[in-house]
Write a protein that binds this ligand. Structure first.
Ligand SMILES: Cc1cc2nc3c(=O)[nH]c(=O)nc-3n(C[C@H](O)[C@H](O)[C@H](O)COP(=O)(O)OP(=O)(O)OC[C@H]3O[C@@H](n4cnc5c(N)ncnc54)[C@H](O)[C@@H]3O)c2cc1C
Length: 363
């Protein structure tokens, strides 16, 4: 993270240096977590989430107690901001992963003000955003609940915005909705979907999409994520959520895998108390701590940065966006077909035939 001080507005109080999560690490929970494989019993909430819908379960807990939730959502211009919500109707806006950095302008002040006024708050964000909140508040509040996730890093907002402009031009219409991880092909094969006002839809497997392709290979990601201090077992929030990545993932029933499965780390005593009250709304199985750690790379080390990133961004500055895409983005029909039919047999005759042909072809 690069800290830039706006000299014109600086009043020299030094507060930013005291609370900056890049310069000062808050005290974490020393890695003493309980690990669970789990999912939300509410199937609709689960389908509308990126993994098993654990976040929405936590959010319901706070909404039922008249609290406020802070999480990442698109505003009307499709800029990603941290938004405050206080109703069930607004919750879907926060659900689902958006793989770019969110703007937190003014949010920490609002969180503090809610807490000072005795409101319950759930803050959800990246590990570094949680650490920054902790530094900013500088004391614990009984009514504050926090959750982060295992983080691969965030993608470039500029690249994302240019993708949106490019697609608006291509589809000759304005965007009305964006979803990074739809589950129509199941949770393990997420689909990136953009809907346009003229009824057209851009739909592609996330990792083969114009954005996900470069995100997966860590080409369009922020370089600062490659030196993240918060990719560790020591956590700075009450809960840590993740895609269920343990080696027994494929042993779960296919119908459950398709809907999404989460890993949940319960990091603090406060988290443990709340988790007890969530248990009726979750399907959960405890997993040994070491098993969870060994299956979660971002509990052990930060994300990497692709060696191709420098060249990509060099060309990004030199070329038109269309030229950049033509040079770097190419996904063949064969690769798309392989993605479509990969994995456990899901009962589809087309997938069955594909697998048979593949076997014959290889013989
Ligand atoms: C940038 C990013 C990188 C991730 N990397 C990994 C990874 O490498 N491995 C892994 O196992 N899981 C990763 N996750 C977490 C995973 O995608 C799911 O978000 C998580 O498992 C929770 O799923 P859910 O179904 O419970 O909740 P969901 O309904 O999916 O809720 C997601 C929550 O994350 C918040 N959120 C979404 N986007 C952002 C954002 N850009 N910045 C801050 N907060 C956001 C939302 O406000 C919401 O609270 C990542 C998520 C993000 C946003």
């Amino acid at each position: 993270m690069i800290s830039v001080i706006d000299e014109k507005n600086c009043i020299d109080c030094g507060q930013c240096l005291k609370v900056c999560p890049s310069l000062n690490t808050p005290i974490g929970n020393s890695g003493d977590f309980e690990g669970y494989m789990c999912w939300n019993r509410d199937t609709i909430a689960r389908i509308n989430s990126s993994s098993g819908g654990v976040f929405s379960c936590l959010a319901d807990y706070i909404l039922e107690r008249s609290g406020n939730i802070y999480g990442a959502a698109f505003d009307d211009n499709f800029s990603l901001i941290h938004m405050q919500i206080d109703s069930e109707e607004s919750l879907p806006r926060l659900c689902g992963s958006k793989y770019i950095g969110s703007n937190l302008s003014g949010v920490y002040i609002k969180v503090k003000s809610d807490l000072e006024n005795g409101k319950r708050v759930l803050f959800s964000g990246t590990p570094c955003q949680n650490a920054a909140l902790k530094k900013f508040l500088s004391k614990d509040y009984e009514h504050l609940l926090t959750c982060d996730f295992l983080c691969h890093g965030v993608g470039s907002t500029k690249y994302f915005n240019d993708c949106l402009n490019y697609l608006e031009k291509k589809y000759a219409s304005s965007i009305i909705s964006i979803s990074f991880r739809q589950k129509q092909h199941g949770y393990l094969k997420p689909t990136f979907e953009i809907r346009f006002a003229n009824g057209k839809i851009y739909k592609e497997f996330y990792f083969l999409s114009i954005f996900g392709y470069f995100f997966r290979d860590k080409i369009c990601n922020r370089t600062s994520c490659g030196s993240c201090k918060y990719a560790t077992v020591e956590r700075f929030s009450d809960f840590t959520m993740a895609d269920y990545g343990c080696s027994d993932k494929h042993e779960q029933p296919l119908r459950e895998i398709k809907k999404g499965i989460s890993t949940l780390l319960v990091n603090t005593n406060k988290g443990r108390k709340v988790f007890k009250q969530l248990k009726n709304n979750l399907v959960y199985v405890e997993r040994a701590k070491n098993f969870v750690i060994s299956s979660s790379p971002y509990l052990q080390m930060q994300t990497s940065v692709s060696k191709d990133r420098r060249m990509f961004f060099h060309d990004y500055l030199a070329l038109d966006f269309e030229e950049l895409i033509a040079k770097y983005y190419s996904v063949s029909k064969k690769v798309k077909r392989e993605m479509k039919y990969s994995g456990k047999w899901n009962g589809s005759p087309a997938q069955f035939l594909y697998k048979v042909f593949q076997k014959i072809y290889k013989m």
